[in-house]
Design a protein around this ligand. Structure first.
Ligand SMILES: Cc1cc2nc3c(=O)[nH]c(=O)nc-3n(C[C@H](O)[C@H](O)[C@H](O)COP(=O)(O)O)c2cc1C
Length: 429
């Protein structure tokens, strides 16, 4: 079932004309029937959980805003999408931007925000141009910048392009970036709902979360909640990459069996190889072995029971024949490179992790290094301002735990038992 990918990929789905043909902005004409609190209630009823990674219920987050404030309230749409393996928001930004704009208008109305920002990662130049063009079309057509028909409510949107730092995907880093400050995160509390952008109450939601709102309003929160499982309602966009025959972005109803998804939607493991490992929710989520995934379904509860997290819905498939130590070396390099340097445990610790995994991979590690790795992660996780430190530790702990024999083999053989970085499998469909 497609809610977010409900269009033909024929090259013009991003235009206003195409969106109107799909009954886009139709429910906006009904906005006059709703009080802001009613829109919020509908979103609460849908049970939709934030799609940016943490899975926090969207309606509940909105209800944390102060009931009475003299300050303006802001909505920020988080399109930073920097988590390795994640490329699902890009599809909405590039191919269905008007659904996002409509979702932002509804959401801003619900929280009494007159101004919303769409923050898009620096590297997504094409997406930025597509969204800017769509915002202009929405202004020209009177959906933005003028009172919504039958109401006194006006919404304005500013598109902001980032400068290429993973850490500003964190909501507080994102606000600093919009304010023109260094891309570093803030301590919480105060939480953004109380003191966010420019010191004002702010709600930050992921692109996919906000783009789902028009469907929720049009069909009712209760109907949305009927899709999926009890605690994971609705559909989920999944970006699947790695050793898979048909990588790409797919939409599934939550609760869909993982193995069926891999084999039926995605054509199975590349080259007909055996599945060796799965990173189910973006690079920061713990790696799983095939036996963990056998009965796993694609929803928050099941992936958590399997020992990992749905995260941003970025599934990475690793085939038999891949060196897990080298794979971890790549991941630890990423987190070290992206650490903003503000907190000592993360700034120093991510570098140590990368160095130690590097020396194990080069055949120069010792058995003590394995304990050292887990001891370092204990000193990073939960000891930093933002969760980038925790994100760096998840892969290390899980790789060492789940593929310990491979780390030991590198240490005992004093070299990598594999010939290449990753098995380069060429076959794609
Ligand atoms: C280092 C780091 C990077 C993040 N990157 C993103 C991102 O690219 N997109 C996103 O929506 N959330 C990202 N998040 C989570 C955001 O802080 C925030 O929880 C999210 O945007 C809230 O939206 P949601 O409730 O709709 O999921 C990141 C968090 C951290 C710590």
């Amino acid at each position: 079932m497609n809610i977010l990918l409900n269009y033909e990929r024929n090259g013009d789905s991003h235009t206003l004309k195409s969106y109107l043909k799909r009954d886009g902005y139709k429910s906006l004409s009904q906005l006059k029937k709703y009080q802001p609190a009613e829109v919020l209630e509908e979103v609460k009823r849908s049970g939709i959980r934030g799609r940016g990674g943490a899975g926090f219920p969207a309606g509940l987050k909105w209800s944390f805003l102060p009931k009475h404030t003299e300050k303006p309230i802001y909505l920020i749409c988080n399109g930073d999408e920097g988590e390795p393996g994640t490329f699902k928001d890009r599809v909405i930004l590039e191919e269905n931007p008007h659904m996002l704009i409509e979702g932002i208008i509804f959401s801003s109305y619900a929280i009494n925000a007159a101004h919303a920002y769409i923050y898009i990662r620096g590297e997504y130049g094409f997406a930025v141009r597509r969204v800017q063009a769509a915002v202009k079309e929405a202004y020209d057509a009177g959906y933005l910048g003028k009172p919504v028909k039958g109401t006194k409510y006006t919404c304005d949107i500013t598109v902001h392009q980032g400068a290429g730092a993973y850490v500003v995907g964190d909501e507080t880093g994102l606000m600093n970036s919009i304010e023109g400050k260094k891309g570093q995160t803030r301590n919480k509390p105060p939480f953004p709902a109380i003191e966010g952008l420019y010191g004002c109450p702010t709600i930050i939601n992921n692109v996919e979360t906000l783009a789902s709102v028009p469907y929720i309003i049009e069909n009712g929160g209760a109907n949305y909640a009927k899709l999926g499982t009890e605690k994971s309602t609705g559909t989920k966009l999944l970006s699947i990459s790695g050793h898979v025959r048909k990588p790409g972005v797919y939409e599934v109803v939550m609760g869909y069996p993982f193995m069926k998804f891999l084999n039926e939607y995605c054509g199975g493991v590349l080259g007909g190889r055996k599945l060796k490992a799965v990173i189910p929710g973006g690079s920061s989520t713990p790696v799983l072995r095939p036996e963990d995934c056998e009965n796993m379904t694609l929803d928050y509860e099941s992936i958590s029971a399997a020992g990992s997290s749905l995260g941003s819905g970025a599934i990475m498939i690793i085939a038999e024949g891949t060196c897990m130590v080298k794979t971890l070396k790549v991941l630890t390099h990423f987190y070290h490179h992206e650490s903003c340097g503000q907190c000592t445990p993360c700034r120093e610790g991510t570098g140590w992790l990368n160095k130690i995994v590097g020396r194990i991979e080069a055949g120069q590690g010792t058995m003590d290094d394995l304990d050292l790795l887990t001891s370092i992660t204990k000193h990073i996780a939960m000891h930093t301002i933002c969760p980038l430190g925790d994100a760096a530790c998840g892969p290390v702990d899980s790789f060492v735990k789940k593929f310990r024999d491979e780390f030991v083999a590198h240490i005992e053989l004093k070299k990598c038992p594999y010939n290449s970085t990753f098995t380069r499998l060429q076959e794609r469909v």
